[in-house]
Design a protein around this ligand. Sequence first.
Ligand SMILES: [Zn+2]
Length: 77
Amino acid sequence: MPLYEYDCERCGTFEVKQKMDDAPLTEHADCGAPVARRISLSSFSLKGGGWHADGYGGGGGGPSCGTGGCSSGGCGS
Ligand SMILES: [Zn+2]
């Protein structure tokens, strides 16, 4: 059963186990204050910034020169 995080206006963050098809809570069962369900950060962090951080598309070394070096200066060397 998934674990959901909620922000309670009175108590702060708490976690609730709910079924997938349960409706999101609108108030805290313990105190009755309004709550808002949090989006889990862990499930979204994998989508952005992944392979870009590994050097692909980062513009690190510029175009690679051949074995003769870069006589034209196009590589910035
Ligand atoms: Zn509460």
